[in-house]
Structure formats: C-alpha cells, structure tokens
Design a protein around this ligand. Structure first.
Ligand code: FAD
Ligand code: NAI
Length: 476
C-alpha cells in the first residue's frame, strides 16, 4: 500500500471526524483525516467548529463571565467582600484562546498516538477509482489520495439573515460573538435558540444590555413547556430582554453600530439600535468545496448529505456523520455516529440510540433534557405520569445559593418506564447523565426512586422527582 492509499479517509476533523478517525485506527485500519481549519498563524487547528468556535470557547467564556457575575453579585451573600472588581477582557479572551489551543493540541497528539495520517487542506471528491474513491487535498500543496471507505464529516456553518451578511465586526456569527474586543453597551441577538441564550448570557453578565428578537411566539419551543417557562422567568429576572413573535426587517450597519427594524407580536413597527448584533438563527450543513457532484453524492433540499439511519450515503462505502447530515447538530451526536460508522466499516454492529441523546443549554440556570417532552406525549396521546421536584427543597442547592428550577420526570402510566427527564437548575448538564443511563437501560421511575443518592447532593432532586411520579416525595 503506498502512503497515498488508505483504508479509510475522513474528511473533516471536528468531533465527528476526529473521533471516527481514532475509532477506525483502533480497529486496525490505515486512516487519513483531512481538515482545513487554520489557526491564527495559518497552521492546523483540529477539532472543527466545536473546538475552535463552538462548544469549547463558548463554555470557557460562560465560565469566566459567571465568575465575574458571582464576584459582583453573589459573593456578598456569602459574606465575601469584593472591592475594585474589574474586567480584563483581553485576558479573558486570551484564556479562552488558550483553552481552545490545548484542545487542538490534544487532538493532534491523539492522531499521532493512533498513527492517523493528517492532511491540512481542503478535501474534495475527484472520482470513484479502482481502490474506491480518489480525493484531492488542496493545502500548501495539492495531493491525490485514495481509500476504499470515505467518511464525510464536514460540519455546518452559521445561517445568515437574508440582507444582513456576517461582517464579524458589527453583524456577528458565533465566530465573531466569541471575540468581541470590548463589552458592547447594547447587544442585539436575533434568534433565542441555544447560541442566542448562551452568548446573550456571556455578554449580559459582562455588562451588556441584551435584547433578543425571536420569530417564534413560544420561548424554546423544543424544550418541555414547564421547564421553558421556568427558564424564561429566570432569564428575564437576570435582565435579558426577550421579544417573542417578532418579524425582523431591514438591518443597517453604520458608524454607530447596527439598526434593526422589526415588528412586535402585536404588529407594531419597532427599531433596535445596538453596538453589535449577533445572528443565531440556526446552522446549515456544509459541503462547500467537497465536490459531491464528481461522484454523484446525493444532498437533500437543505444541503445536508442524504443518509440512512446508519449514516450510509447514496454511494457504496461513503458515509456521512455529524452536522452535515440529519438530526440534532450536537458534538456528542456527531461523535457517536463517528464511532458507530467506524465499527460498521469493520463489520461490527455500531449503534446510536437517537432517543437518548441529551441536550444541554449552558446558561444559568442550565437547561438539560433527554427523551420526550410533556407536550410531545400529549400530542401522541400517550398515557403518562409526571413528577417534579424543586431545587428550593434540596439542601445542597440551598448551600450553593442556587435554588432556581426543578427536575421533572415523565414516565409511562402503565409500565412506569421513563419517557423523558427535564431539568432546569444548577449543574443540569451533569445531572442529566443519570437520566440518560436510566433511559438507555429502559429503567422505570421507581428504579431511580429506589437508588441511594449521596446526601447532600443535587442528584437527590433527581431521586425525589422520580419519587414524585408516584406522589411520594420525602422532602417536599
Ligand atoms: P464540525 O465541528 O463543524 O467540523 C467540521 C470540520 O470539517 C471543520 O474543521 C471544517 O473546517 C472541516 N471541513 C469542512 N469541509 C472540509 C473539506 N472539504 N475539507 C477539509 N476539511 C473540511 N454542541 C454540543 O454538543 N455542545 C455544545 O456545548 C455546543 N456548543 C456550541 C456552541 C456554538 C457557538 C456552536 C456554533 C456550536 C455548538 N455546538 C455544541 C454544536 C457543535 O459544535 C457541532 O454539533 C459539532 O461541531 C459538529 O461536529 P462535526 O464534526 O459534524 O462538524
Ligand atoms: P437554534 O436552532 O438553536 O435557534 C435558532 C432560533 O432562531 C430559533 O428559536 C428560531 O425560531 C429563531 N429564528 C430563526 N429565524 C429567525 C428570524 N428570521 N428572526 C428571528 N428569529 C429567528 O440555532 P442556533 O442558536 O443558531 O444554534 C445552532 C445549533 O448549534 C443549535 O441548534 C445546536 O444544535 C448547536 N448548539 C448547541 C449548543 C449546546 O449544545 N449547548 C450550544 C450552541 C449551539
């Protein structure tokens, strides 16, 4: 085998692609991964959207801004006096960049450890070949490589608002939103989805006056209604202005920032004047430069690569995973698909349970859920029981000084099988794992209710919500 011929070529080094490459290498394949992301110096920066301008830098800034807010607003409750509190935004952004770099380097190390050949550049299909598929890598030089199996993991890009292209100076995507050089006095956000709420939280905590314009009449429509209402109450109390049912009109940029014409839910014309505008209205699958036409790889009307439940595309031995295919645009979903595809290539039975993929919104309070919402169960006409437990009645939450929110269980009325768990409150991102494990093992609410949970811990709220399904909470 020449060094230009591989068993598996992965296009894209985000969480889907790099994990697929590692798993395929673990299974004994000769693997190459092509990724075009460039760091500030033009060198490679493995990890894709998630590592470079997504999950990781957003969580770094969420943490820094939360510390700032705690020091300014909450330390006093603990009897801690803070004088001369200030903000060094350059240092904060620098720390975030350092966290990103650590993750980039971690993946480079993992590639070396697993003997994965890395190509820095753009990968595109050339033709089906005797070996399987021929690809071109366009980087510092142009190379031709071949493999029997190709895994496409080219991710997604931010969707622009028509007539308001991203300039990353005034009109920002998630990329620009993570590197605003100074705290804007007024910040506008279009779209109150996951990015809108996380980025809105960061800059509000650092001092911006934040207004969010959302097209839908309901707040966080995909979230369980009761949980979404509780979260909305908390965000409004924190000072986030959320306008629902709006229609965004003309967006103009000028010397003073951005002006957005919009109509409110009553149909009244309004104008929002802000220093910066973040547009977070969803993401579009990315196949730019991939040249799918060369081999006849099928895309759907949204531009996503068409795949079946097992990530098989329209072509033999070409697979696609992560944001570039159907399903939730989440890093852990991309990773699971990557592992499953590598195992299928090896003739194993890779498996992804789409019903137990957790969602987390890393605001404060955090929002996390797995499985079905109450409104979905009602729409299905499924008989269910619900149980909730508020963090207000949890000793650890009181000690933390963070009692907003609740844990909610939904279980089948006849069998008691857990159908969904929804959390709004402290550390919801960590608490949801117990529910994921329980649902993966088809546990009943009673199973969780009978498990010993450490005291005092937030996880006791999970146990109590499970007890609440049978109307026998102990502490509420
Ligand atoms: P990507 O991470 O987008 O990686 C694709 C890679 O392929 C990129 O490096 C790209 O440069 C490269 N590429 C594309 N085309 C080519 C080509 N032709 N040749 C070579 N290389 C190519 N998800 C979570 O689960 N948790 C979170 O907390 C979270 N936070 C987020 C915060 C923000 C602000 C954003 C924007 C997203 C967040 N996400 C989060 C979503 C998450 O980032 C994506 O679901 C995830 O990155 C998808 O992984 P992927 O491997 O499919 O694609
Ligand atoms: P989103 O789909 O979460 O939310 C977009 C919002 O914009 C929706 O509420 C939608 O109704 C609204 N919208 C759409 N068009 C509009 C318009 N013209 N005017 C006003 N509102 C409009 O998308 P978002 O926030 O851009 O994030 C993209 C994806 O990235 C998420 O869906 C998620 O998959 C991923 N992500 C995940 C995170 C996490 O797991 N914590 C964090 C951030 C992003």
């Amino acid at each position: 085998m020449s060094n230009k011929q591989f068993d598996v070529i992965v296009i894209g080094g985000g969480p889907g692609g790099y994990v697929a490459a590692i798993r395929a290498a673990q299974l004994g394949f000769n693997v190459a991964c092509i990724d075009e992301w460039k760091n500030a110096k033009g060198g490679p920066a493995l990890g894709g959207t998630c590592t470079n301008i997504g999950c990781i830098p957003s969580k770094a800034l969420l943490q820094s801004s939360e510390h700032f807010e705690h020091a300014g607003k909450h330390f006093a409750d603990h009897g801690i006096k803070v004088e001369g509190l200030g903000l060094d935004i350059d240092k904060m952004l620098g720390r975030k960049d350092a966290v990103v770099k650590q993750n980039n380097e971690g993946i480079t190390y993992l590639f070396k450890k697993n003997k994965i050949t890395f190509f820095h550049g753009r990968g595109s299909f050339v033709k089906a070949s005797d070996a399987g598929y021929e690809l071109k890598v366009t980087g510092a030089a142009e190379e031709s490589i071949e493999a029997k199996h190709v895994i496409v993991a080219t991710g997604s890009n931010a969707r622009a608002l028509p007539g308001a292209d991203f300039d990353e100076e005034n009109i920002l995507s998630n990329d620009g939103a993570l590197r605003i050089p100074g705290v804007p006095k007024k910040l506008g956000l279009i779209g109150s989805g996951v990015i809108g709420l996380e980025m809105g939280s960061v800059w509000r905590r650092l001092g911006s006056e934040v207004t969010v314009l959302e097209a839908l009449p309901t707040f966080l429509g995909a979230v369980d209604e009761q949980i979404a209402k509780e979260a909305q109450k908390a965000f409004v109390k924190q000072g986030l202005k959320i306008e629902l049912g709006v229609k965004v009109g003309e967006v103009k940029t000028g010397k003073k920032g951005v002006s957005v014409a919009w109509t409110n839910a009553k149909g009244e014309a309004q104008t929002l004047e802000v220093d910066k505008l973040i547009v977070s209205i969803g993401r579009v699958p990315n196949t730019i430069g991939l040249n799918p036409e060369a081999v006849g790889l099928k895309l759907d009307e949204r531009g996503a690569i068409v795949v079946d439940d097992e990530c098989r595309t329209s072509l033999p031995n070409v697979w696609a995973i992560g944001d570039v295919v159907r399903g939730p645009m989440l890093a852990h979903k991309a990773e699971e698909e990557g592992v499953a595809v590598a195992e299928r290539i090896a003739g194993q039975h890779g498996h992804v349970n789409f019903n137990t993929i957790p969602w987390v919104i890393y605001t404060s309070p955090e929002i996390a859920w797995v499985g079905q919402t109450e409104q979905q169960l009602k729409a299905e006409g499924r008989a269910y029981k619900a149980g909730t437990f508020p963090f207000l009645a949890n000793g650890r939450a009181r000690a933390l000084g963070d009692t907003t929110g609740m844990v909610k269980f939904l279980a089948d009325a006849a069998t008691d099988e857990i159908l969904g768990v929804h959390i709004v409150g402290p550390m919801a991102s960590e608490l949801i794992s117990e529910a994921v494990v329980a649902m993966e093992f088809k546990a009943s609410a009673e199973d969780i209710a009978r498990i010993c949970h450490a005291h005092p811990s937030l996880s006791e709220a999970t146990k109590e919500a499970a007890l609440a399904v049978d109307k026998r909470t102990l502490n509420f």
